[in-house]
Design a protein around this ligand. Structure first.
Ligand code: FE2
Ligand code: FE2
Length: 188
C-alpha cells in the first residue's frame, strides 16, 4: 500500500517535535516488527502500519491510555486512506495490546510481534533511558532501580523468538546494573 510512506512521514514529523529519542524508538519498533514478521510468517503490512502508529497519541501529547485512544486514532487515519476494514481491525488490535495493560493482552501473532518489538527497542536504547532518569533528577541508585524494573518488564513482554534476540543485551544491562544473578540462560 502506497500510503505507508505518508504515514511514515507524518510520524517522523511528530517525532521531530518530540525529540531524538522518539525517532529512534519508533524506527526500532518498525525494524524489529518487520524482522519478526518475516521470521514468523506474519502479516508484514499489518505489523508495519501498527509499528509506525502505535505511539501516535503519545507523540501528539496524550499519554493516558494511549493504547486505547491510539487504536481509535489509527482507525480514523487508515479509514481516510481507504485501507480495507480487515487490515484496520488487525492494526487496531496490535495498537490496543502493545502496552503492558493486562486488560488488553495481544492475541494475534501480529500483536505479539508489535508488543515484543516495542520492548525490544528499549534494549537498544539503554543510554537514552538512563539519560531520561538523569533528566528527571534521579540519583544513581534511583536510576538503577528504575532501569532494573523497566528491563524486567520489557523482558516479560517478549515473545520467545524476541527473547533470543535480546538475551545478550539484557544480560549486559544486568551486569551494568550490578545484577549478575540475572545471568541465567534458563530464563529463555
Ligand atoms: Fe506505547
Ligand atoms: Fe512504543
Amino acid at each position: 500500500m502506497v500510503y505507508i510512506d505518508e504515514i511514515k512521514n507524518m510520524i517522523l514529523a511528530l517525532c521531530e517535535k518530540n525529540g531524538w529519542i522518539w525517532k529512534s524508538h519508533i524506527e526500532l519498533v518498525v525494524k524489529y516488527s518487520v524482522e519478526l514478521a518475516e521470521k514468523l510468517g506474519a502479516d508484514k503490512e499489518v505489523v508495519e502500519l501498527a509499528a509506525w502508529l502505535h505511539d501516535i497519541e503519545k507523540l501528539e501529547g496524550k499519554r493516558e491510555n494511549h493504547h486505547i485512544t491510539g487504536a481509535k486514532r489509527a482507525e480514523e487515519i487508515l479509514k481516510n486512506m481507504n485501507y480495507p476494514s480487515e487490515t484496520i481491525e488487525k492494526v487496531k488490535h496490535c495498537i490496543l495490546t502493545h502496552s503492558t495493560d493486562k486488560n488488553y493482552p495481544p492475541k494475534t501473532k501480529e500483536a505479539k510481534i508489535v508488543a515484543s518489538a516495542d520492548a525490544l527497542s528499549h534494549f537498544d536504547n539503554f543510554l537514552a533511558l538512563a539519560h531520561s532518569c538523569a533528566v528527571r533528577g534521579e540519583s544513581i541508585d534511583e536510576t538503577k532501580h528504575t532501569l532494573s524494573r523497566k528491563y524486567e518488564s520489557c523482558w516479560d513482554k517478549l515473545m520467545p523468538e524476541a527473547k533470543i534476540m535480546a538475551d545478550a543485551k539484557y544480560n549486559a544491562i544486568k551486569l551494568i546494573l550490578g545484577e549478575k544473578q540475572a545471568l541465567n540462560k534458563r530464563r529463555l
